[in-house]
Design a protein. Sequence first.
Length: 287
Amino acid sequence: MSNEPTQQSGGESEGQDESQARGTEPTTEPTRAPTTEPTRARSWGDLWRAARLRPSRSGVVVGVLAVLLGIAISAQVGQTRQSGLESLRQGELVAVLDSVNQRSARLDEEITRLTAERDRLEREQGLDPTQARAAATERADALGILAGTVAARGPGVRITITDPGRTVGSATLLNAIQELRDAGAEAIQVGGVRVVASSYVAEDPSGAVLVDGKPLPNPYAILAIGDAQTLASAMNIPGGVVETVRGVGATIAVSQQDGVRITALHTPVAPRYARPEASPETASPGS
């Protein structure tokens, strides 16, 4: 083993001597510096792959659902367009337009009413104590007329039904009261009874007509305050109260008057079941 290095050394000496003999230097390959480009490219690629967000399973599911939802919305919009106004005929479009106009008119009326109520409240807030009391008294009187707790006077009608054969029953009188209400009567008195929202008409076993449990004397007298001509016309409509009363053999007279006086009063009774409902602003969260 000690002879191999010696041979190599001898070879190298011979090569050097041969080179010197030729007058040239020994040839050696230049040493190349190791390139860094592939390494740098790999480093940037690793950083890019590390920085990318890898979608999780839940993210994929959410994405799929979002795509499906978008497709469903697009389909619904297309279906609505196909089955909407585009498919209606001219007559149907006119009917839709009329309905929209009527709804707009009702909304305008509601706006006008609410604006007037707002203005009234603002005026009452700016009143001095004396004016405020007067306004409160006026409002209480108006509510009292509607509730039947105060007397009332004004234009209206007087209706007299003479029924010697007792053929006019409670249904006919109830119909007369309802027709007067529908015609805008603000206060009604039948016999000596003030008619209010809770009033009822019935008959006892003998056939006598009762209003709020009180028998009515014959002839029946009905007083109503409101627009006299409108109230009288409501009694004379075809198939109405006048025609019905005369059809059973009784007589009826309807007279318009400028000064109808209603003096019968209603005694309020505490409700057994109904209770006032708190407004949304004052209701407690847990109620």
